[in-house]
Write a new protein. Structure first.
Length: 364
């Protein structure tokens, strides 16, 4: 097995905000779709010993994607080097490096970071065969990045405290500003998916209502966590009653600790930004030194084995047909009625969201 190298990331917030400020993009909506459509899956790579190098800048966490990256490296003989960080940090690095970047591929947690990098003209158009592997709503309209796995925003709750979520939890995320939730909420405002949700709030609700929600949650004295995993841990421990997270984190805890783990997901029935469905995705840098290897990586990630990995190991939704999903994972088709359908162009204003969070003192 080839050894994968991880680099550390350091980027100041002001640099990111300046770099992202002008970034807008016009793309299609990553709407909910049942992954049983007839779009063809991408071909699996063939083993090529000594297949060169590939440099990935990853906004996805190492624990989630390193195993599948290792499988790709073993299958192809490509020496894969990965630079990890949050999606916003990685996007900022790419925008700062520009054409000087050594990166071949940007693998992002959410559409916002991809949209910002694509809008700066840093991504290369993908071949039609890659784009055709997924439904159109799971790829950029401009054809420069493609979705790899899907995730839904949910409220995770403690089952020892909330016994009937249908009557005890609000139907809309906005209603968590009610003072009755004071001291019971956890959130991770530096998380990329949380910021994507706030960006969706700005697009759907407008600036004023979004600020009202954020200040209302602040008034309820939420506990702040560094990410979704510690937040789900806190909900399970009863440290907080509810948390705003992506759906798949809970399933990792249930797999490791069993069905007795006292937390479950609540898919908000009222729709709106709290029911946002997004995709993680990836695009090849226009200046990629190893573009052919980057393309091979995309094809591998859209192959049946890799897509099944995301379902079985990270509990995300597949974006191609022919993947078996467990009964515990609600089909995307069931969520489509309430899922927020929003243009990806509305999710690209990451800088505006971060500025709002900075102005309100929610992030530093």
């Amino acid at each position: 097995m080839l050894r994968t190298r991880k680099w550390l990331i350091s980027l100041l917030w002001p640099l990111l905000l300046v770099a992202l400020a002008a970034c807008q993009t016009e793309q299609t909506t990553p709407e909910a779709v049942e992954p049983t459509q007839s779009a063809p899956a991408a071909a699996e790579p063939t083993a090529q010993p000594g297949g060169g190098e590939l440099v990935i800048y990853s906004g996805r966490s190492e624990s989630l994607v390193q195993p599948i990256i290792d499988q790709f490296a073993a299958a192809t003989g490509i020496d894969v080097q990965v630079r990890y960080g949050s999606t916003s940090e990685i996007a900022g690095v790419l925008l700062e490096e520009g054409e000087r970047s050594p990166a071949d591929l940007f693998y992002a947690q959410d559409p916002g970071g991809l949209g910002a990098v694509a809008a700066a003209g840093l991504l290369s158009p993908l071949p039609e065969s890659t784009l055709a592997a997924v439904p159109p709503r799971f790829a950029a309209e401009t054809g420069d990045w493609v979705g790899i796995s899907g995730r839904a925003r949910v409220v995770v709750y403690n089952t020892d405290i909330i016994t009937d979520p249908a009557t005890e939890l609000p139907a809309d995320i906005y209603d968590f500003i009610d003072p009755r939730w004071r001291g019971q909420i956890g959130w991770a405002p530096t998380n990329a998916s949380f910021q994507a949700m706030v960006t969706a709030m700005r697009a759907v609700w407008g600036e004023e209502k979004t600020q009202t929600w954020l200040t209302g949650i602040q008034a309820n004295e939420p506990l702040v966590y560094s990410g979704n995993s510690p937040l789900v841990t806190a909900v399970g421990a009863g440290e907080v009653t509810v948390g705003f997270v992506n759906h798949y984190y809970l399933y990792r805890f249930l797999s490791e600790q069993g069905e007795g783990f006292p937390a479950r997901n609540y898919f908000l029935p009222g729709g709106g930004p709290g029911s946002l469905i997004m995709v993680s995705g990836a695009g090849i840098l226009r200046t990629a030194p190893n573009a052919a290897n980057a393309q091979q990586f995309l094809d591998f990630m859209l192959s049946l084995p890799a897509q099944q990995y995301f379902v079985d190991q990270t509990h995300e939704y597949p974006v191609i047909a022919g993947i078996t999903t467990p009964p515990s994972l609600p089909p995307l088709a069931e969520l489509e009625a309430v899922a927020l359908h929003i243009s990806l162009s509305d999710l690209s204003d990451l800088a505006g969201t971060q500025q709002m969070l900075l102005d309100l003192g929610i992030i530093e």
